[in-house]
Design a protein around this ligand. Structure first.
Ligand SMILES: [Zn+2]
Length: 506
């Protein structure tokens, strides 16, 4: 029997993917469950990752003409009621504030008191409260377009939660824009989807498919929802970002009206778009391996960790000085949009344990520095993505660090692209389609299937049947659907104008 390879994370991805995910989040010190059910504590290493996500996206939002603002956490119930489909979509997961103070009872406990005349909803999303504000800001066509983004937290009362992927409270950004014409609003909707795609691929090294959601998967109240979808390593799809064309639905509900160029009162055309801390879950499941997290260098909280190996106390001072010298030189180097960020981990703990800690956290480059390395003017470096290890001259290490990080970044993107390609298949027979989505080993259903590119008649009956039978949904209708050619619906055989993407999903 082959000797089992020891991994830092148990179980492995193959053994139990959902549990592997939880263990990576824990071992990489990204987040943990809190005492409040469904709410997470984001730990410093995870929050630094979020800050880098914010920085990258915020720059792109500003380059496309948007500005940041902040709107209230609470939404009057009557606001949410204004858009019928919106209400229906969110009603089941709203946290509601009904009282405004507490009173100490005779039982020694605190009791809610001061009932509010109108309950307040903790925002699940802000279309209605921002719409009410836009209605005040917009008078004339000269006030348009309004291009606003908000960084905030939102609450959706989820019963089954998973760190980063689905939590009751999560962090996100929500863009809200109002335009004079339908065409401009559509252009904005598509432009922001393109921003998300660029961010996912260039920063996160996570390839995504773009397209439109079917009516059944649309944002409540939207005319159209565009999305980016990525394949995780259990071959399920993750919806990583959405951009909604809201038509005039929310403008009518909130009264966003402007005096048109011709003088008539017209309703504005609005959009909204968002991504959340779910992106972190996406990165873990795209790049993580059986040893833990693998950080894409462009978003990694730190790029390099220097690990002084101090075997004899008398070496300590010299080795630390040597590490400081290398760190200072590394920090003068630029990689992508930042300076190279370096940690020197001089904690007095077992060297093996220390090294594994950084492997699990996914830092792109580790470099051990012991007395022999110092004597040779070198370091012993290891790449997290490939596991490659080598001794390297310290000046060369510094001079090539930006290129090394870029190689890691591009290698990770390519690996993820190859993975997706390997598990994307076209199916024209329903039997084969069903077999693709039916795990061979029912005891261990992890990691099977993938993206099925199949024809669809555009009928909700087929969509529902596939969803009921297989828990498979249409993740996206590609913009270039027609390029795959016409055919027959994989489910009912009726005509189809092109293939769509079917998958199980998060
Ligand atoms: Zn059909």
């Amino acid at each position: 029997m082959a000797k089992q390879k020891k991994t830092a994370i148990t179980p492995t991805r193959d053994e139990n993917y959902p549990e592997w995910y939880q263990q990576v989040v824990r071992a990489a010190e990204l987040a943990e469950n809190s005492d409040v059910r469904g709410c997470m504590v984001i730990k410093p290493w995870g929050y630094a990752l979020w800050e880098n996500i914010q920085r990258g996206l915020d720059k792109m939002f500003k380059e496309t003409g948007h500005v940041n603002a902040y709107f209230p956490l609470f939404i009057p119930k009557s606001y949410l009621e204004k858009e019928a489909e919106h209400v229906e979509g969110f009603a089941k997961e709203c946290a509601v504030v009904t009282h405004h103070r507490l009173e100490l009872g005779e039982d020694g406990k605190l009791h809610p008191a001061g009932e509010l005349e109108e309950p307040l909803i903790v925002r699940p999303t802000s279309e209605t409260i921002i719409g009410a504000t836009f209605a005040k800001w917009v008078q004339s066509y000269r006030d348009l377009p309004l291009l606003i983004n908000q960084w905030a937290n939102v609450v959706r009362w989820e019963m089954r939660t998973r760190l980063f992927l689905r939590t009751a409270e999560f962090l996100w950004q929500e863009g809200h824009t109002a335009h004079e014409t339908e065409a401009e609003a559509w252009e904005e909707t598509r432009k922001m989807l393109e921003v998300y795609k660029t961010f996912a691929e260039d920063y996160m090294a996570m390839p995504v498919l773009t397209g439109e959601k079917t009516a059944g998967e649309r944002f409540p109240g939207a005319v159209s929802t565009l999305c980016i979808e990525a394949m995780m390593q259990d071959r399920k799809a993750l919806q990583a970002g959405t951009s909604h064309f809201l038509g005039q639905n929310f403008a009518k509900a909130s009264g966003i009206q402007y005096a048109a160029r011709e003088g008539d009162k017209e309703f504005a055309w609005t959009t909204s778009w968002g991504v959340s801390t779910r992106l972190i879950g996406g990165m873990i499941m795209t790049h993580g391996d059986d040893d833990g997290m693998v950080m894409p260098p462009r978003l990694a909280p730190s790029h390099v960790v220097l690990l002084p190996i101090i075997r004899q106390e008398e070496d300590r001072e010299a080795i630390l000085a040597y590490c400081n010298e290398i760190a200072a030189k590394l920090r003068t180097q630029r990689f992508h949009e930042r300076e190279v960020e370096v940690v020197i981990d001089a904690r007095d703990i077992n060297a093996g344990e220390k090294g594994w800690g950084w492997v699990k956290k996914g830092i792109p480059v580790r470099a051990e520095v012991g007395p022999r390395d110092m004597a040779n003017h070198s370091v012993f470096m290891a790449r997290r993505d490939t596991g490659e290890k080598k001794g390297i001259d310290k000046d060369e290490f510094v001079a090539t660090i930006a290129q090394t990080l870029e190689d890691i970044q591009q290698g990770m993107l390519q690996k993820a692209r190859d993975y997706r390609a390997a598990y994307t298949r076209e199916f024209d027979s329903y039997d084969e389609f069903v077999a693709f989505f039916t795990p061979e080993n029912k005891e261990r259903p992890e990691a099977h299937g993938g993206f099925a590119m199949s024809h669809w008649c555009d009928g909700s009956a087929c969509e529902d049947k596939i969803s009921d039978d297989l828990s498979v949904t249409i993740r996206t209708v590609p913009f270039d659907r027609a390029e795959s050619g016409a055919g027959q619906c994989v489910c009912c055989g009726k005509p189809s104008s092109g293939r769509v993407v079917f998958a199980k999903s998060y």
